[in-house]
Design a protein around this ligand. Sequence first.
Ligand SMILES: Nc1ncnc2c1ncn2[C@@H]1O[C@H](COP(=O)(O)OP(=O)(O)OP(=O)(O)O)[C@@H](O)[C@H]1O
Ligand SMILES: [Mg+2]
Length: 296
Amino acid sequence: MQIISKSLTFSYNEKANFSRRALDGATLTVNEGDFFGIIGETGSGKSTFIQHLNGLIPLQSGTLTVGEFNLTVPKKRKEKKAFLKSLKQLRSKVGMVFQYPEYQLFAETVREDVAFGVKNFFPNASQEEVDFKVKKAIELVGLDYNLVAEKSPFDLSGGQKRRVAIAGVLASEPETLVLDEPVAGLDPVSKKRLMSLLHTLHDTGVVKTVIIVSHDMNDVMENCNRVAVFENGKVVKECEPKSLFENYDDYALSRLGLPVTAYLTKTLKGVGVNVESSYKIEDFTNKLIEKYFENR
Ligand SMILES: Nc1ncnc2c1ncn2[C@@H]1O[C@H](COP(=O)(O)OP(=O)(O)OP(=O)(O)O)[C@@H](O)[C@H]1O
Ligand SMILES: [Mg+2]
């Protein structure tokens, strides 16, 4: 489903005199099938924006549609009631993985933790169906069900805990998966594995659309087909990551930092070596090696 946000504006504590706009007219479109990156300095409104996508934060001004859902809160009481009821359906379609989701694990076993998500979204499911869905979600995140199901989530590694938390969200079988800084705090190997898991979920159609908030420009360059840059609650750029990073003189970009590949392209160009920028460091290195042998 397509997500269209127009002039989304939001202030926490709207009515208080110390209120400040967290979103100030954010406009962007995420198409079905995108692996979409949301970047921007700290406090630019990224987390506030994504929490609008499944109605966790109610719309104050502007418009937002997520597939067939119009997130404008109706004024009439009766319509409002129906609207709030429909949010549950929306939440099952837009899975939200918060930052450090492992802190939200609470059950005694991995199986019970994931089952909580299943029961929440499929209240009429039989025990057999719940068991089936739990097993499926655990396997989808690349964990061995027989090894982890009866373990306490707290006995798992950081990367594994995060997978369990993602399994809990996948349990509702969402079409769109939204993740707030999904690899923050993981070691480089776990980081790579988790990004690769997200790609597998996307490529195999388990989820149609992935939206990630990231501070890591390398992640964005390597993984996303589109990217939006937030600044002071606005979307100041929305494009392919490559065209964003090639335009490295841009003020907004200079404050975000460059991915390694874009940095190398720029630096080498400065000394007269033109190597086309690549998304992946491995591809970039190969191009550099080719260039080296060409000139010998
Ligand atoms: N619960 C809250 N109550 C009041 N103000 C908040 C709340 N959450 C965020 N803000 C403010 O809203 C603005 C946008 O915050 P938000 O968390 O959306 O930014 P962000 O881009 O996700 O930042 P970061 O990269 O640090 O996660 C900031 O000025 C922040 O201080
Ligand atoms: Mg944030």
